[in-house]
Structures are given as C-alpha cells and as structure tokens.
Design a binder for this molecule. Structure first.
Ligand code: NAD
Length: 259
C-alpha cells in the first residue's frame, strides 16, 4: 500500500511513534526514525523494521531546535528521495499548577509539540506539493479538544496543533495532500507510565487505584487505548480511502470527549 513512499515520524524510538513506524513499515514505507535512545536500541529497531523489506534510518534531530527539525526533513529527502508522509508525534508532558509552572518546561513543551510541527511541515510541504501527494498526521490528544487542570503547557500546545492542522489542510486542499490530527485518550506508553508514578507518589495511592481513579477517570471505557489502535488509524489516514479526510481532528479516546 505504501511502497516507494517515505515516512518521517518524529519521536519514534518509543510509544505511539514507534507503533506508527511499525505499521507504516509493514505497509511498505521507508522509515526515518527520530527520537532519543541509545545506539543498541536504534540498531535493534532498524533491524526489526527493515525486516519488512523497507529502508530504515534514524535521525537524531532534537525537536527543540528548529535548524535540526529542518535538517531532519532535508536529510530524509537526500537519503530516500522524498518525504511523502510526515507524522509530527514527538511530545513531552509536565504537570504543575500554572502559578508554579516552570518556564523552561513551558518553552520545551511548546517547542517539541507545536513549533517543531510547524518547522517540519514547512520543510516537507514543497516536495509534497511538487509530487502532488502527501500525508501529514499530527499526533494531538484529547487534550487538543478539551482541557484538564495542571497541564497548561500541554493543553495549549495541543490546541495550537489542532489550529495548525486545520490551516495546513486548507492551504493544501487542492494539492493531493491531507493534514489531520489524531486525538487519543490515554495510551499506556512511557509518557503515561511517568504520570502514573508521579500521581501514585503525590496521592500516596497504589498504582492500580491511580490508573482507575486518576488516570482513567475521564475515559469512559476505563481502559487504555492501545498503541496498535492509534497506529491503525494513522495507516488508514495514509491510504487512498482517506483522501477526502483533511483538516479533521479524530478522537480515539474511549468516549472521553463525548462528555
Ligand atoms: P513516549 O514518551 O513513549 O515517546 C515520546 C517520543 O518523543 C520518544 O521517542 C522520545 O525520544 C521523543 N522525544 C522527546 N523529546 C524529544 C525531542 N526534544 N526531540 C526529539 N524527540 C523527542 O510518548 P508517547 O506517549 O508515545 O507520546 C507520543 C505522542 O502522543 C506525544 O505527542 C503525546 O503527546 C501524544 N499522546 C500520548 C498519549 C498517551 O496517553 N500516551 C495520549 C495522547 C497523545
């Protein structure tokens, strides 16, 4: 389905990004991995994904640095010939009341989630327009549609990313390019494991109670969304059947935003 296409997935050494890399590689796309991780992990992921008979590389661009984000796109174009699919996925979280929110955490979250998506999209669009085909998928969150207390930076960045998604969709609507936002509820990844640990310590509660009473309180299904479910949606958005879906923010949140 995606043979001869190349996908850049930011933050794909772990969690949802890695799940999407697996799904796109299985569908035949060459993969540029990005994100932190030691050499052994990156070698292992490269071997695993290239077993699908696709080319795989890793680029160490730091999403807080605009020049490195642009280099990620340019170096992928040089290595593989094109960037056909861009998944803006890298993200971090920090939880604190706004009057105590550390300024450097605020800036890091805006840079990694929102600003890097702008820089990567800006760099990838000319090639996509030239070829008349492209898919941009922004990994947003239910927190791009609704807020929760103590997550001001994350909620702000994710709401901003919904705005970027809509604007890019309108600007590319006649170019064979789609741009959409995937908005998951809680998915069990290292990003959420860290929050479980922090909440367990803060409330002095066992982990299973934190999961049910704190983390999944807003998620009506009371279970985590699976990485593979998010990856399957991303793969669908890359296909021809999704060519008229653009500018959409698609919840995959167990009913969270239906409330
Ligand atoms: P994760 O912590 O498992 O993965 C984050 C990835 O981003 C890692 O590969 C990490 O190395 C990379 N990364 C972090 N900072 C970076 C930087 N400065 N430069 C380059 N790479 C960097 O997290 P995840 O849960 O898989 O999150 C992926 C995306 O999904 C994020 O945007 C997150 O906000 C979003 N999301 C997650 C959930 C959830 O419940 N896990 C829910 C909704 C949305």
């Amino acid at each position: 389905m995606l043979n001869n296409k190349t996908a850049v997935i930011t933050g794909s050494t772990s969690g949802i990004g890695l799940g999407i890399a697996r799904a796109l590689a299985q569908a035949g796309a060459n993969i540029m991995l990005n994100g932190f991780g030691d050499n052994a992990l990156i070698v292992r992921l490269g071997l695993e994904l290239s077993a699908h008979d696709v080319q795989v590389r890793h680029h160490a661009a730091d999403m807080t640095k605009p020049a490195e984000v642009t280099a990620l796109i340019r170096d992928t174009e040089s290595a593989f010939g094109s960037v056909d699919i861009l998944v803006n996925n890298a993200g971090i979280q920090h939880v604190a009341p706004i009057d105590e929110f550390p300024e450097e955490k605020w800036s890091a979250i805006q840079n990694i989630i929102l600003n890097s998506s702008f820089h990567a999209t800006k760099a990838a669009l000319p090639g996509m327009k030239q070829r008349g085909w492209g898919r941009i998928i922004n990994l947003v969150s239910a927190h791009g549609l609704v807020a929760s207390p103590f997550k001001s930076a994350y909620v702000t960045a994710k709401h901003g990313l919904v705005g970027l998604t809509k604007t890019v969709a309108l600007e590319t609507a006649e170019s064979g390019i789609t741009c959409n936002a995937i908005c998951p509820g809680y998915v069990r990844t290292p990003l959420v494991e860290n929050q479980i640990e922090a909440q367990a310590a803060a409330h002095n509660l066992p982990r299973d109670r934190v999961i049910r009473e704190v983390i999944l309180a807003a998620q009506p299904t009371k279970r985590f969304v699976e990485i593979e479910e998010v990856a399957a949606l991303a793969l669908y958005l890359c296909g021809d059947a999704a060519k008229s879906i653009t500018g959409a923010s698609i919840p995959i949140d167990g009913g969270w935003t239906a409330r």
